[in-house]
Design a protein around this ligand. Structure first.
Ligand code: AMP
Length: 214
């Protein structure tokens, strides 16, 4: 089963994708993670996208389509979760073609709905384990008292450079301008389901499971 998790920054796509990886043996393909890896490796690509990401703009379609195409061609198993991709209609078209060329289907697109005020407070309180990517939140899921990640016991945590209010406002603008049209596109294809992303993490997990099991 191949699915897309769709939603504005901070809607919980990454957290839910990680849960699906653990419980359903699926493969998470996050273009945001791939771009951050490129940045921290100091590659040419990383240098090219760093300023764009820090501003909260989208990087160009050809770059992210290239990254996803490369990753898909290296992974034979199905069960993909596309997290943060596609973000434009051109990316959605490219994904259709990539999946078709490898005889994969797209089974569901899950839109995670969260209002903007909640996104601002979630994002500005977010930190991540530097080793495994486990996500924490100062209010809803504080860093462990022993200072060690619950998942991998690492004691290094980071805040994303683009998790500040200015960048978030721009990321939201990009979402409404360029990404939200793909909601209609997948609705028209009969693939769209919506879940309330505002609930507790386990409630959203249930809602997503219900969609996947129906
Ligand atoms: P994310 O981790 O998904 O929130 O992505 C972080 C940043 O990476 C975004 O604000 C964009 O600058 C860039 N990015 C990630 N995925 C895409 C994509 N599919 N298209 C364009 N830019 C992307």
């Amino acid at each position: 089963m191949n699915i897309i998790l769709l939603g504005p920054p901070g809607s919980g796509k990454g957290t839910q994708a990680r849960h699906l990886v653990e419980t359903r043996n699926m493969v998470q393909l996050s273009t945001g993670d791939m771009l951050r890896d490129a940045k921290s490796s100091g590659s040419e690509l990383g240098k090219k996208v760093a300023a764009v990401m820090a501003r909260g703009d989208l990087v160009t379609d050809d770059i992210v389509i290239g990254l996803i195409g490369e990753r898909l061609s290296q992974t034979t198993a199905g069960g993909f979760i596309f997290d943060g991709f596609p973000r434009t209609l051109a990316q959605a078209d490219a994904l259709d073609n990539l999946l078709k060329s490898q005889s994969h289907d797209l089974d569901a697109v899950i839109e995670m709905r969260v209002d903007d005020d909640a996104l601002v407070s979630r994002i500005t309180a977010r930190s991540t384990c530097a080793k495994c990517g486990e996500v924490y939140n100062d209010i809803t899921k504080p860093l462990p008292v022993d200072g060690k990640c619950v998942n991998c016991a690492s004691d290094e945590f980071t805040r994303r450079a683009d998790d500040n209010e200015d960048s978030l406002r721009q990321r939201l603008m990009e979402y409404y301008k360029k990404t939200s049209p793909i909601i209609g596109y997948y609705y028209a294809k009969g693939l769209l389901d919506q879940v309330d992303g505002l609930g507790a993490i386990y409630e959203v997990q249930w809602a997503i499971s219900e969609v996947l099991d129906k």
